[in-house]
Structures are given as C-alpha cells and as structure tokens.
Design a binder for this molecule. Structure first.
Ligand code: 6R9
Length: 631
C-alpha cells in the first residue's frame, strides 16, 4: 500500500491502470473484512452504477478502532485542542475512543436509531463530534453532518431531504471570541421537521437551552445509562456510510452519498500515501468535520491508518494570529493540512507570531479547498516549512471522497500552484466544450475522470437522476468535476477553478443560485444576480447585483443592504453573505431572458474595458448603468 519512491509511484500508477481490480483488491486486503467480497468492481458511467467490493462485509469502526486495540490501544487517536488555549485539552487513546464510541452507539440505539436510519449531527469541533460520527457508523446509521455555520433553514432542508430521525447537537459552540447557540438554531430548524423524534444535547457552553419533554435528552445523562459493550453492525461494502450536502450550480444543495467499503479503502490509502504518514506522528488537519476534508482526513483516513489526529475547536486568528503555530509547537505536529484562505489571512499579519514558535517538528505541509496562489505557496514553504517540508497541494471534492490529484509528499517533485499528478487509480482527462478529449501536454480544458475509484460518490440522496444529470450527462461516459484545468508541458495538472456557477469562498462551496434565491426572499428585492470576483483572502468574494422595489426617495440604501445580508444569513448562513451589493435598475439579459453572467463577472472583477459582444442584449443600456455604479 505504501509508495516510497517516484519509481514506486510510477509502478503503482501503471499497475492501477492496467489492472485496477487487482491493484485495489491488494490494497483492500490490508483491512479487516468480516466476509471477503465476491467482485472487486462493477461499473458504468451512464446510469451511473458503481459498486466496489460487492458482497464484502465489514464495519468501518472495526477498522478504525477495534483492530488497533491490541497493537496501539494506548496510543493517542485524537488530541483535542480547545478554542481557548487557557482551557485544558484532551487526549483520547484508541482504547478510550473505542469505549466512548461504543457508549455513544448504545445511546443512539436506546433512542430508537437502527441500521439505515439517518442522523443529523450539528456540533462544535469537540471529540464528541468525532465520537458521534463513529457511533453512527458503528450501528450502521447514516450520518449527515451539517457545518455549525449553517442556518436553521439550511439544517431543516437537509434534515427533511434525508428524513433524519434524530439530531445530535450541543447547547452552544465557541469559535474565537464568539459563542454560537447551536441548540436554539436546531430548535428553530425542527419546527419544520416532522421526521425528527429525538434530540441529543451535549453540554459545551452552558448556554441556557429549551429542553422539550419527550424529544430532547442530555448526552451526559444518556451516557450514564449504557454500557461500553456494543458489537459493530455488519455492513455490506455498498451500504451507505454517510450523506454530506454540497452546493451545485442549481437549486438546493444535494446529498452526496458515500458507502462503507470503497470510501474506507480510498480515504486510508490516500491519507497514508499523500502525507507519507509515519508511525507515531501527529497529523493536524485544520478543516471542520462539517466538510468532506474533516470526514476523510480528521476522522476516517487517519483512524483507519492508526494515526494520531489533532482536532482543533477554534479559529486561526484567536486569541491571536499565532494560534496554529502555537498548536504545532505545543503538540509537536508533524503534518499540517490547511486551506489557502487561512494561509493568506495569516500572511497579512507578518512573521512575528510565526517566529516565536518552534515549528521544527513539521515534516509535511498540505493545502486543500481552492487553488493556492504562488505568493501563498511560497510563504507557506519559506516561513512555515522553512524550505524543508514538501507541500502537497491536494485537489479533490466532496464527491470524490478522497484526494485525486496531488503530489506524494517527498516523492513527487512539486511545482508551486500545481496539484501535480493523479494518484494511482485516478484517470483524469481534459475535454473541450464538445466533449472531445484533449490529448497531449500543454493544453487546458474541463476536468473529467474516465474510470471509477473506490471513494467516488454512488448517488445523490433520494434522487439518482440528479446525480446522473449533474455529473455524468455533460460528457457521456465521463465523470465531470465542474473544474477547469491545465496540463502543462510536464504533464502536471493545475486546477484553475470552477467552470460552473459554483463559488469557492474561503474554501467553502456556494452556489450562485442558492445565494440569489436567498436574496430574493427579502421583501424589497425584485430580482438579483450573483457572481464571484477575486478576493485577496477569501479567494473569491460574492458580488450581488440587486434590483430593489421602487423605494421612497428618503430610503436608506445601507439599511436595505444590511437587511439583505441578514436575510441571506437566515436562509443559508453567515458564510454566504455577499461582500458587495450593488443596486441596479436592470440586469443584462438576452432576448430569451438569460442573464449574461459573463458581463456581470467582468464588471465585478473591475475589468470593464472589454465586455465582449453586448449586441444580443435586450437592453444594452443597462450595462452602462451597471458599469457606472460598480463597487
Ligand atoms: C476537498 C474539497 C471542491 C472544489 C473543487 C475545486 C476546489 C479543492 C483544490 C481546489 C484547486 C485544490 N478545490 N481543492 N482547487 N486546488 N487543491 O474542498 O471539497 O468542498 O467539495 O470543494 O474545491 O474547485 O471542485 P469541496
């Protein structure tokens, strides 16, 4: 399973292309299966129908926990660093984690949850979050983690789509100097969620909460009622492990579905190889478990490999901008995996808070979530890695389950801003608008995959046709990623960003249509159009063009803007708030009524010199008005 040299990488890659089934079967054999699979792979990208390790029986928590008990029971599995450095942290060994997962699993059972039931998890970044996730997996319940920054409405939409039976939450969450009343947000959400029978509430902030008789129970009290004995449920390799909602170019977020066997093999294989994790190292992924990065590289990948995973509750800039470096120093972190937006925000504070920490434990640095610009790459390399730590720029998606294109740390020669080469088993192709494959090097196009890998999504929850439409219909026979990509003269890949109407704001995926729908819910708004524009720290910022109702002459435009922001916060969550709102009287539309986003994007970027052909517009004059009022 382990690649050590570039020759080994090339050999593994070759093997994975020539004989994918043998290649993945050999890797899968390193895990613990209750029953072996009957068939390694069955697939077509038309329906689509993808099945890995069919007939194989396993439980992912036996692989992440039980099988380590004999060899590393006393080794730390999770090191927890709280939001406030003055608060005591916590270390859970594999034995302790195993016990707590079993207890929580029994609590779920006691509250009526069984195999196949959906459980929504809305929690702060505390060990209980990882424990809740694993407890679901232990009994075969399907978890749907919702990031703590989403609104009540977003939670309700996700709960209803998956028909969740139970919610696990906390009274509140600490994030920097803020306190977020999680339970009260859940209460608002549940007004419209008849499928939810029970809510388990953990105590974190001691914020007063309403506890509804018959529905809400305290986690601490429940845990006292159960034993630590909970045999793992036997799962089929293709049983659903979790749903994770993500934004696309149209409509509401969709529930990406991952299954037990393939996801486990892929998360573990990529973790081990990309980061070159060595026994007893400490791995620190700064993502939130509410995103796929946290699922695969805080919880499942590291634990499946018997690693020590550091879980951080807070933010990089509180109490000061040295918080990450403080954690690296304190816990002697060996591998740091973070996002370009965090690097860019910390760069702005200078080096004082970097240089007063010992970062010599670091061996490998990772980047994920959005393209990393050259300046951030070099700052990371020079000041954090001191030019002695390889940087792995890892490209992947919620849908891919694990990393697809990335250097293997210390093995693949890196090149700033390039995700470099596909991992073994990954077969990227670039296609032009007509779906024709663009071969050779020194070319660019839309990034697709022509062969399945074990960690890929199987469907979108409750709507398989949507999965086909979204990912497999643009280019028949291919999985379309939604990203544009360049392959340079050396065959190295550089992801250039989304080619659809999906924004990437601070590494968070947000659909323009979602933000427009939210803005349009404000009473004063007639219509809106949302585009992205380059933002120094966030990567992309959100620019909204809004047509407001006829307003009295003395109206306060700033107040209306604030109301719109409040509306978006309510409907989606604070992460989707526009950075700029420009009031306009019309939008550039074609005669068929389509908004010409290309023009709006250019204006938002501040590039109004060449707007291209505007003659097909219904009313070309609106363009001048918008240009004149641009922010
Ligand atoms: C893992 C994750 C996926 C989208 C993806 C792409 C962008 C992620 C990247 C990157 C350039 C990288 N993206 N990693 N772009 N270089 N190393 O972020 O999943 O939240 O689903 O976002 O993020 O545009 O399509 P997700």
């Amino acid at each position: 399973m382990r690649i050590r040299t570039f020759d080994e990488y090339q050999a593994a890659y070759q093997h994975s292309i020539e004989d994918p089934e043998t290649f993945w079967a050999e890797i899968a054999q390193e895990f613990q299966w209750r029953k072996p699979w009957k068939r390694v792979l069955q697939w077509n990208f038309d329906e689509p129908n993808v099945k890995w390790f069919q007939g194989g029986k396993l439980n992912i928590t036996e692989n992440c926990l039980d099988r380590h008990l004999l060899t590393r029971g006393d080794q730390p599995a999770i090191i927890w660093e709280p939001n406030d450095p003055a608060e005591a942290g916590m270390t859970l060994t594999y034995r302790m984690l195993h016990e707590q997962v079993c207890r929580m699993a029994n609590v779920l059972k006691r509250n009526g949850v069984g195999k196949g039931d959906r459980v929504c998890i809305y929690m702060p970044m505390v060990p209980e979050l990882a424990i809740a996730v694993l407890a679901c997996a232990r009994i075969g319940a399907i978890h749907s983690v919702v990031f703590g920054g989403f609104s009540a409405q977003s939670i309700a939409d996700r709960i209803n789509d998956a028909q969740c039976r139970l919610v696990i939450t906390a009274d509140g969450a600490y994030r920097g100097n803020k306190e977020i009343p999680l339970k009260s947000v859940v209460d608002d959400a549940l007004i419209g969620c008849p499928s939810v029978e029970k809510v388990i509430v953990m105590t974190r902030t001691r914020t007063p909460v309403a506890m509804l008789k018959g529905r809400d129970v305290w986690m601490e009290q429940e845990l006292k009622q159960v034993t630590a004995d909970c045999p793992a449920e036997e799962m089929d390799a293709e049983d659903v492990l979790f749903i994770l909602y993500t934004s696309g170019s149209t409509g509401k977020p969709k529930g990406v579905v991952h299954t037990c066997g393939g996801y486990m093999v892929y998360a573990a294989y990529t973790f081990q190889n990309v980061f070159q994790y060595e026994e007893n190292q400490t791995f620190f992924c700064t993502a939130d478990i509410g995103w796929i990065t946290g699922h695969s590289y805080i919880v499942y990948g590291p634990l499946a490999c018997g690693a020590t995973s550091l879980l951080f509750e807070g933010v990089p800039t509180w109490p000061d901008c040295g918080r990450f470096w403080d954690i690296v120093d304190k816990h002697q972190v060996n591998i740091l995996y973070t996002a370009p937006t965090a690097i860019r925000s910390l760069m702005g504070f200078g080096l004082e808070k970097v240089e007063n920490h010992d970062l010599s434990s670091l061996k490998v640095l990772g980047s994920v979530g959005e393209p990393i610009n050259a300046e951030a790459w070099h700052w990371y390399d020079d000041h954090i890695g001191k030019n002695r730590c390889p940087i792995v720029d890892t490209w992947w998606q919620t849908e891919t389950g694990g990393i697809l294109i990335s250097p293997v740390a210390g093995v693949t020669k890196t090149k700033p801003t390039f995700a470099t080469l596909p991992l073994p088993g990954v077969q990227p192709v670039l296609v032009d608008e007509n779906g024709k494959e663009i071969e050779g090097n020194g070319v660019s196009g839309n990034l697709c995959m022509k062969f399945p890998w074990p960690g890929m999504l199987r469907t979108t929850w409750g709507d398989h046709e949507r999965c086909r439409q979204t990912y497999f219909s643009a280019y028949p026979g291919l999985y379309f990623t939604g990203d544009g990509c360049l392959r340079d003269e050396d065959g190295y890949y550089r992801i250039t960003g989304r080619v659809d109407d999906v924004l990437n704001v601070s590494g968070h995926r947000i659909g323009t249509a979602e933000v427009e729908n939210a803005i349009n819910m404000h009473t004063g708004v007639v219509e809106s159009a949302v585009v992205g524009y380059p933002h120094d720290i966030k990567g992309q910022g959100i620019y909204a063009y809004v047509i407001a109702d006829a307003m009295p002459a003395d109206h306060d435009a700033d107040l209306t803007k604030r109301d719109i922001l409040a509306t978006v916060s309510r409907v989606i969550g604070p992460i989707a708030k526009p950075d700029k709102i420009q009031f306009v009287t019309g939008l550039p539309k074609t005669r068929s009524g389509k908004i010409m986003r290309r023009i709006l994007r250019k204006i938002a970027e501040g590039d109004t010199s060449n707007l291209g052909d505007t003659t097909t517009l219904l009313d070309p004059a609106v363009v001048d008005e918008i240009k004149a009022g641009a922010l």
